[in-house]
Write a protein of this length. Structure first.
Length: 317
């Protein structure tokens, strides 16, 4: 009976968080707009730079390759980065609901009510996962449409792999972002952090430029960031078909290893190259770790924390 009541309470709290987030249409709009802006920047500027760079390498070998095929390869790398970054940045943006509750004292009302504390914590995670999933899958649909136009080299199995990787990346990001956001007391502070994060995470997880271009110290530092492994898996799934087609057309199998290294499809894990299988295991381990930390923190007994309530406003649950 208690379990049933807890599930009903959790469902109600999640629905409330969803309604609060969706009510702020500008937040929803900008959460979706940020990844699209990255995609547009790639298409208008960075994509052509990468295509020119690869074409010049092939020209140096005296090999002529179809520009459309090179473009499809670069687009696959670009979209894998967009998906990896989106899972993280959107997840943090969704947490404005949690900070809003803390800043306006609504969390005090929840804690003072008969609602179990761990249900409040888990409701934010579930709501974050749901909203982030909806936005990220909308972006994924856009990515699939774009890559279908530029050149489709993804198998059915890889499509399902991309979907699974998206869900795992979102779950990992949701657990991590909700835990980190607990340390923010105002929406302004969270907004500033998200701005810094959005600018930095694309570089740190190898979305804006390959990790192989970084100094060794930075290459090893990014290995502690879950998004690095998420981006690596996305690259393998998005790029493998286009890479094989590119190598077959060129006729030089040895170029494949060079492209894999140049675009960080495999990662240098402290001196050893690792592929998507190992990266999936590491990303799963990160997710399990964040889940354990979340469960422990949710059930820990802490002294009551009283957050200041803004005056002159009517608080609504």
């Amino acid at each position: 009976m208690n379990l049933k009541n807890d599930m009903i309470t959790l469902s109600s709290l999640v629905k409330r968080s969803l309604k609060v987030f969706l009510k702020d249409r500008m937040t929803v709009f900008f959460s979706l707009l940020a990844p699209i802006i990255i995609l547009v920047l790639y298409i208008l500027f960075l994509g052509d730079i990468q295509v020119t760079s690869i074409k010049s390498q092939f020209d140096s070998f005296g090999v002529s390759v179809d520009d459309k095929l090179i473009g499809a390869f670069v687009d696959s790398w670009m979209l894998s980065g967009v998906m990896a970054v989106s899972c993280i940045t959107v997840s943090f943006s969704v947490n404005t609901v949690m900070v809003h509750d803390r800043e306006n004292g609504i969390i005090n009302d929840m804690i003072a009510s008969p609602i179990r504390k761990y249900l409040i914590n888990f409701s934010y995670i579930v709501a974050n996962f749901v909203i982030t999933s909806v936005i990220c899958f909308a972006i994924l649909v856009i990515a699939f449409v774009y890559i279908a136009i530029s050149g489709w080299y993804i198998s059915v199995g890889e499509v399902f792999g991309i979907i699974g990787t998206t869900l795992l990346s979102i779950l990992c990001a949701s657990l991590f972002s909700v835990f980190i956001t607990k340390f923010f007391k105002t929406e302004a502070a969270l907004g500033g952090f998200i701005g810094i994060l959005s600018a930095a995470i694309g570089f740190l997880c190898g979305a804006y430029m390959p990790i192989s271009m970084f100094p060794k110290a930075i290459q090893y530092f990014v290995l502690i960031i879950p998004g690095t492994y998420s981006a690596g898996i996305f690259k393998t799934l998005f790029m493998s078909g286009a890479l094989d087609e590119l190598v077959n057309e060129v006729g030089y199998e040895q170029l494949k290893d060079g492209l894999i290294k140049d675009f960080s499809i495999e990662l240098d894990f402290f001196g050893k190259d690792i592929g998507a299988g190992v990266m999936l295991g590491i990303l799963t381990a990160f997710t399990a770790l964040f889940l354990i930390v979340t469960v422990i923190s949710a059930f820990m007994k802490k002294k009551a924390t009283h957050f200041p309530v803004k005056t002159g406003k009517t608080r609504k649950l």
